[in-house]
Design a binder for this molecule. Structure first.
Ligand code: G
Ligand code: G
Ligand code: MN
Ligand code: NA
Length: 257
């Protein structure tokens, strides 16, 4: 019940942290990036899942400040540890709430953060859910054009779970789509043919629209192989790594090729 007011104090009290889930090249297994994921350890409740507290923070508007903190923290924790001579450029992905699109300082804050941390805009990907992008298409279009002008990439998160029309999606300046894990789950097993159909369709749409596709929630070797067969080249999930703290990401992933 008091989640909302606790949330407002959570940042100041150091209860928030960011973990990182590697995004890998499905052909080589090399990490090509990582998604920053917010975590909240409540002093009495313990870990509160983002599915629970992000909607509360969106309702109160606290997500604007929290989202800015996630971006700042992710850049501060990751940027200094990515070798400049790394063969595969490393892209940091950060989730944006639709409420952040309403923040008139979003674009200048983003540019400030990139400059302060010396991080190339081209190696930042902003993830927005399909619903966030199509709820207020005019607002989304205006902000996305300005975000994209900074050089940052845009990904549509949870693709296939919303109700957006392809016409709407085509109107937006986006670079990649993330295939929701519910569509990846059934891949590679015999009961999963319907879901595999959706995954195939989503990959077809990505190809036709010239977008990169990233499969979420890859848990098994069979799913990996099915995705490869379907031509998907990027993925994340427990098969590769759970979300990990920055020091673990640095030790296991950033030093690599
Ligand atoms: O991190 P999972 O581990 O539980 O994330 C659950 C949901 O919370 C996902 O849909 C994810 O997009 C969302 N989420 C995680 N971190 C952030 C964040 O920093 N900002 C926003 N807006 N959503 C986030
Ligand atoms: O932003 P988004 O909805 O994509 O966040 C990814 C969510 O999926 C996070 O909650 C993350 O912890 C979770 N997740 C990441 N990999 C896996 C996986 O392989 N299986 C499952 N079930 N969940 C995963
Ligand atoms: Mn995401
Ligand atoms: Na997602």
């Amino acid at each position: 019940l008091t989640l909302g007011s606790d949330l407002r104090r959570a940042l100041a009290r150091g209860e928030m942290r960011v973990v990182y889930q590697p995004i890998v090249d499905l052909d080589t297994g090399t990490a090509v990036g990582a998604e920053a994921l917010l975590r909240w350890r409540h002093p009495e409740r313990g870990d509160v899942p983002p599915d629970v507290f992000v909607p509360v923070a969106e309702e109160s508007g606290a997500i604007v400040e929290i989202g800015a903190w996630v971006l700042e923290t992710a850049l501060a924790e990751v940027a200094p540890h990515v070798p400049t001579d790394r063969a595969a450029p490393f892209t940091l992905a950060v989730n944006l709430s639709p409420r952040q699109l309403e923040d008139p300082t979003l674009v200048t804050r983003l540019q400030g953060a990139l400059r302060r941390h010396g991080w190339p805009a081209e190696q930042l990907c902003l993830e927005l859910t399909e619903t966030a992008l199509t709820d207020d298409l005019d607002l989304a279009l205006g902000v996305l054009v300005r975000l994209r002008a900074t050089g940052a990439r845009i990904a549509v998160d949870d693709f296939g779970t919303g109700y957006s029309s392809l016409t709407h999606l085509q109107a937006l300046p986006i670079d990649s789509i993330k295939i929701d894990r519910s569509f990846v789950q059934g891949l590679g097993d015999h009961r999963g043919s319907e879901r595999s159909t959706i995954a195939r369709c989503v990959l077809g749409i990505a190809g036709a629209m010239d977008l990169e596709a990233v499969a979420e929630g890859v848990e098994t070797q069979a799913q990996l192989e099915a995705l490869r067969r379907l031509g998907c080249r990027r993925g994340q999930g427990y098969l590769f790594s759970v979300p990990v703290p920055a020091d673990v990401l640095e030790a296991t992933v950033l030093g690599g090729p």
